[in-house]
Design a protein around this ligand. Sequence first.
Ligand code: IMP
Ligand code: MG
Length: 182
Amino acid sequence: MPVVRGKRIEVLYSASTIAARNLELAKEIAARDYRDLLVISVLKGSFIFSADLVRAMHDAGMEPDVEFIMLSTYGAGTEAGEVKILRDVDSDVSDRDILLVDDILESGRTLTFARDLMLERGARSVGVAVLLDKSMRRQADTPLQPDFVGFECPDHFVVGYGMDVGHAFRELPFVGIVAGDA
Ligand code: IMP
Ligand code: MG
């Protein structure tokens, strides 16, 4: 088991497993009838997934624009989730096909907020791609169905591949669970 910061990390999805899945996701996305697609990476957690997914989309023959929004959800995954825009997109999204890309879909609050924001701004369509789906955690008032899912995630707190605990572990090339002290 890898040891990082003195903790044993149980690998859930290896770098090669994720890379293979990203290629499949990119082909699924390319098979849709998207026109003038704008990918919006939801920072911070999605920075590695987005970087890999847009390159896989290139390999799948796509030419998306890429943008960023930084959101913070206070109490993500809990009932008290209030979403704030820390940094907005620069682009006009009206009449465009949008693909929101995030690391994990849990309660659905963060991505429901982002999707509704883009629809209010006149987006033609808003798709959602997530690396991990904790579907068992979805809240009744935000029952978002993702369009593209890398993996159905077990109900554990995961780190790596962009995902953090207090800004630690984002650099790991795999997704894992902190299993305890080494
Ligand atoms: P939601 O709004 O409840 O769907 O929360 C999704 C957000 O919570 C994700 O974008 C992550 O930033 C964060 N999150 C949820 N579960 C985890 C986890 O297991 N590890 C790290 N971040 C998580
Ligand atoms: Mg996030």
